[in-house]
Write a protein that binds this ligand. Structure first.
Ligand code: P1T
Length: 391
């Protein structure tokens, strides 16, 4: 695509799939899947650009070009999973003795990775409530290198002020990473707000159909990019060409999907907020959300993720979850189908009960990924499950 000023919706469909991007192309409209794991060379000492598919793959390059375009960064890198992208960042950018400040509400698998690095590689990590920039300021040490955020966070949908935190971090020469999985680049571009590194679990909204595991890093700094790209290849954490194709395909409807996820989520969050069996609703689009104004300022939408506390405790939560018929009881999020789960027993079970308590994840907490089905059908399923829950 020659023009750089096309809108987001246009870029999700075209960037990276231009026919001229693929050598020897017959003007295919859809990116070919290059399955070959290696490339023949004519001369021993003259390998040419394409040598081995872990290092160079045209289908992956097409997707990486699109990743950068969607987050408005110079560089994009594709990974085999969100956690592969995260592990690569730790591996490439940190050394023993370094310190990370992390949001106290992060995906459980990210915290599990942090704990392994603390135990084995001499990294220290302080988890703070990043909705309070003062807590970040107080946690900064001479050896601090990186501030690790999710906004909105998983599972409590806390929103932090990315611009304010970035300004503070840059005064101290610290890098800011934002995991933008929950909003997708359709609603929020952290690098435009100043973040140095944007991370995604591609598995979620970007792929969008619960049939791919993938990850991505988007960034502007050439030196950081080169370090990460070197490790992407040397660790071998690349996505398969077929998965890259599925993501290129899924991305074409990102804008349409995100709008429907959001309008359904707004209706369901309002329904839950008025339900007598619900104690508390967490959704950044509700005026009752403590960081509603920050979300409004830094993002163009609130997304499709909702968490809520059911009255009672774990027993009632489990009874409710097992009574649902249309919602699928499963980990993950961001697919076209609505998924629901119990963070304490599922996505965040890899961290200790004490850590969950400190982060505010209660046994009555339920997390919902609102799909793009008919919202009346979703609400009637929630209603029948509430009616079967003894309170
Ligand atoms: O599952 P994977 O593609 O490796 O991505 C990890 C990851 C990273 N960041 C965020 C914000 C995430 O939510 C995840 C994965 N989360 C789930 C599987 C979940 O159900 O919350």
């Amino acid at each position: 695509m020659s023009r750089k000023d096309y809108s987001f919706d246009t870029r999700t469909i075209h960037v990276g799939e231009e026919a001229e991007f693929f050598e020897g192309s017959k003007n295919e409209v859809v990116a070919p899947i290059y399955l070959s794991s290696t490339y023949a060379r004519k001369e021993v000492k003259n390998p040419g650009f394409f040598q081995y598919s872990r290092s160079q793959n045209p289908t992956r390059f097409a997707l990486e070009k699109r990743y950068a375009s969607l987050e408005k960064t110079t560089y994009g890198l594709g990974f085999a999973s969100g956690l592969a992208a995260e592990a690569t960042i730790l591996f490439a950018l940190l050394k023993p003795g370094d310190h990370i400040i992390g949001f106290d509400d992060l995906y459980g698998g990210t915290k599990r990775l942090f704990h392994q690095w603390e135990a084995n590689y001499g990294i220290t990590i302080s988890l703070v409530d990043a909705t309070q920039p003062l807590q970040i300021r107080e946690a900064i040490r001479p050896e601090t290198k990186l501030i690790w955020l999710e906004s909105p966070s998983n599972p409590l949908l806390k929103v932090c002020d990315i611009k304010a935190i970035t300004q503070l971090a840059h005064m101290h020469d610290l890098l800011v990473l934002v995991d933008n999985t929950f909003l997708s680049p359709y609603f929020q571009n952290p690098a435009v707000l100043g973040a140095d590194i944007v991370v995604h679990s591609i598995t979620k909204y970007i792929a969008g159909h619960s049939d791919v595991i993938g990850g991505a890093i988007m960034l502007n700094d050439k030196t950081l990019y080169e370090k990460l790209k070197f490790c992407q290849n040397s660790l071998g954490v690349v996505p398969s060409p077929f998965d890259c194709y599925l993501v290129l395909r899924g991305l074409k409807t990102l804008s349409l999907r995100m709008e429907k996820h959001q309008s359904n989520a707004m209706a369901i969050a309002t329904y839950l907020e008025n339900h007598p069996k619900v104690a508390k609703v967490y959704y950044p689009g509700l005026k009752s959300h403590p960081q509603y104004e920050i979300g409004l300022r830094q993002a163009s939408g609130f997304g499709g993720m909702i968490s809520f506390e059911i009255k009672g405790g774990e027993k009632e939560a489990v009874q409710f979850l097992e009574s649902l018929e249309l919602f699928t009881l499963a980990e993950s999020l961001g697919g076209v189908e609505s998924l629901i789960e119990h963070p304490g027993l599922m996505t965040h079970s890899s961290i200790t009960a004490r850590e969950r308590e400190l982060a505010g994840i209660k046994d009555s907490l339920i997390r919902v990924s609102i799909g793009v089905e008919d919202k009346a059908d979703l609400i009637s399923d929630l209603e029948q499950a509430f009616s079967k829950t003894n309170l």
